[in-house]
Every structure is written in C-alpha cells, then in structure tokens.
Design a protein around this ligand. Structure first.
Ligand code: ADP
Ligand code: ADP
Length: 227
C-alpha cells in the first residue's frame, strides 16, 4: 500500500498576468518506507509538489493522499529540509533541533526531547556540537543539524528539497553516506527533490522524472539494490 498517493494532479498558480499552469498530470506513489527522488528541470513544479504533500497547497484537480486520507490542510507530521537551512543564531544547535517540539505539542517530556535531539545529532556526526551556535558550523554541518530538526518528531514523511545542492562535491557525498545511515536507524518515507541524477540513484529506490510546461510525470524508474 502506498503511504503517499498523488494521482492526476493539475494545478495553476494565479498571477497578475492570469493563470500559470504548472502541473498537468502529476502522478507520484510512494510506499511506506520508500524513498523517491523527483528530478526535472528548474521550474517544473518540484517545490510545488512538496507543498502539495505538506498540505500547504490544494490542487485544482486530482488527489493527494497521505495514509489514505485526502489532504485538506497543513500537516504537522511532515518533516522538511531545504537547500538553505534556516537555523536560529541565538539558539544552540541542540535548541535548534528541539524547536519543532515547542511548536507542535508532543508526548515527549523536555528531557526525553533533549535525549532524542542528542541521539539524532550523534547519528549525523554532530556529537560535541550541541552547544555551538549555527555560525560556528560549516555548511554541511548546518545541513546535518537541519536534517535532525526535520526528524525530531519522527515524521511520517520526510521531504528533502535539494538539501545538498549548495554543498561542495566532497561534503555532498559525505552527506549521502550519512543519509544511508539515518535511513537505517530512523526509518522514514522520503521524497527527495534534486537536480542530481547521481544523487537520486545513490539515495532513492525510485526516481520520478517530471518535465514539460506545464509539467507531468514522464516516467518512473526503479533503482535496484538500495532498499
Ligand atoms: P521547481 O521547484 O521545479 O523549480 P516550482 O514548483 O518552484 O518549480 O515552480 C514551478 C513554476 O511555478 C515556476 O514557473 C514558478 O515560477 C511558478 N511558481 C512557483 N510558486 C509560485 C507562486 N507562489 N505563485 C506563482 N507562481 C509560482
Ligand atoms: P525553487 O526553484 O527552489 O522553488 P524559486 O527561486 O523558484 O525556488 O522560488 C522561490 C519562492 O518564490 C518559492 O516559494 C516560490 O513559491 C516563489 N515563486 C517562484 N516563482 C514565483 C512567481 N512567478 N510568482 C510568485 N512567487 C513565485
């Protein structure tokens, strides 16, 4: 059964010069525990897709379901990480990772939340950096911290919108290794937006290719041997 089921989605943005059709036949299915990469040229609607899954946007036509229910509003059980991690400078790394626990209520006590944040930071190789400020970290380390923040609530869906795009090649490949480790220790259902075909093949078990204007799902490739 699919955790994420997007079928026949069409969507246009309303702009000053009239409607801008962006998606015309988007189909994406992700089984529970699956990791799908979405690739396609700039402007083809990849970020729009992430907004649909997070419930920040309701499509003109078609269905977007997560866990069998149709999405009608913002979802709190979606973790997101972006190309430029926004970490709060007046907070330590540990406090940044714990931030979502303050925004969305949880069953965890403060001590349990802190223990979970520490465990995630250790998993991504940031043990010893808990008390640092964001500006004391490299770009790759900030991205690791923002990944921990996205995972703190054990989200049903983890959305990664070009998280490694701004990093140098060596740092990026280090983070790919880290992602495999994270996936093994903290299972999630993932949607990775990327321009990098190598990245999609290394990380995902399925690649969805979008193209056209307005864009549609052109084809889906299964990547053997990563699951
Ligand atoms: P991608 O992430 O693949 O680069 P986006 O989903 O960001 O694509 O954008 C798809 C198209 O929709 C682009 O032409 C973009 O300019 C346009 N677009 C994105 N967001 C909006 C918006 N809020 N209002 C109007 N147009 C938008
Ligand atoms: P990306 O390609 O990573 O989505 P963009 O630079 O295309 O980033 O877009 C940055 C932000 O600007 C997005 O939140 C998008 O919704 C918004 N945006 C993009 N294009 C338009 C547009 N034509 N009109 C209004 N907002 C837009």
């Amino acid at each position: 059964d699919n955790l994420i089921n997007i079928k026949g989605v069409r969507h246009a943005y309303h702009t000053a010069t009239g409607p801008l059709p962006v998606l015309d036949g988007l189909d994406v299915q992700v089984p529970e525990g699956g990791f799908v990469a979405v690739v396609g040229p700039s402007g083809c609607g990849k970020s729009t897709l992430t907004r649909l899954i997070a419930g920040l946007l309701i499509p003109d036509e078609g269905t977007v379901q997560v866990h069998g229910s149709r999405i009608t509003g913002p979802r709190s059980n979606v973790g997101m990480a972006f190309q430029n991690p926004v970490l709060l400078e007046w907070r330590t790394i540990l406090e940044n990772v714990m931030l979502p626990l303050e925004i969305v209520p949880t069953k965890l006590s403060k001590a349990e939340g802190q223990a979970r944040a520490r465990k995630l930071l250790a998993l991504v190789g940031l043990e010893g950096f808990e008390a640092k400020r964001p500006s004391e970290l490299s770009g790759g380390m900030k991205q690791r911290a923002s990944l921990c923040r996205a995972l703190i609530h054990k989200p049903e869906v983890l959305i990664l919108d070009e998280p490694f795009g701004a990093l140098d090649a060596f740092t990026r490949e280090d983070l790919w290794q880290t992602m495999h480790k994270v996936k093994a220790e903290e299972p999630f259902t993932g949607v990775l937006i990327t321009h990098d075909l190598r990245e999609s093949i290394f990380l995902a078990d399925q690649v969805v290719v979008l193209s056209g204007r307005p864009a549609r799902t052109q084809f889906v490739m299964d990547i053997p041997g990563t699951g």
